[in-house]
Write a protein that binds this ligand. Structure first.
Ligand code: CMX
Length: 136
């Protein structure tokens, strides 16, 4: 498997409008995109630092993954995403190595990336995402 870099860190927040003031006014970052991902029941806001992005995640439904996460654990780091070359093969390899997959095959995520999640119960408690930008 060829992981190339940390693509983004997903951070669950109650309100993007509130949280972005910290990222913009205090840290001096620029929000370059806000996007709703309907099938994930989230609204996202992206900031870039070097090659890595911060993805703020606001739930649009209390029963969605981020809504449930905030209800249980509060705001905070929700997942880490690695960029990978060849996401299909990477997911297959992980499956063969008995890592529990949430997505057996890639699906479309924010920014048009192909993504696949690994279950936190088989990644030492860290919800992990693989992603590949096939438009590059
Ligand atoms: N990080 C670490 N552990 C997590 C977690 C997270 N983000 N989310 C849930 N868990 C843990 C819970 O704490 C719980 O642990 P315990 O059994 O020890 O209490 C367990 O996983 C089950 O949690 P749950 O609240 O019952 O939730 P579900 O099993 O219904 O779903 C999960 C958990 C990870 C399978 C689901 O959140 C999922 O499919 N996530 C992937 C998709 C996603 O997160 N999308 C939002 C981001 C989209 C984007 O970036 O665009």
């Amino acid at each position: 498997m060829n992981l190339t870099h940390i693509e983004h860190i997903g951070i669950a927040v109650k309100s993007i409008d509130e949280a972005r003031k910290y990222y913009e006014d205090v840290l001096g970052l620029t929000c370059y995109a806000v996007e709703e991902v309907a099938d994930q029941k989230v609204k996202t806001a992206f900031f870039k630092i070097g090659q890595t992005k911060i993805e703020l995640l606001e739930s649009t439904d209390p029963e969605g993954p981020v809504g449930k996460f905030i209800e249980k654990k509060g705001e905070g780091i929700h997942h880490i995403a690695f960029a990978v070359d060849g996401i299909e093969n990477a997911l297959q390899e992980l499956n063969e190595k008995e890592v529990k997959l949430i997505d057996q095959t890639p699906r479309k995520g924010a920014e048009g990336l192909d993504i696949g999640f690994l279950h936190p119960k088989s990644t030492f408690g860290v919800l992990t995402e693989l992603c590949e930008d096939k438009n590059k």
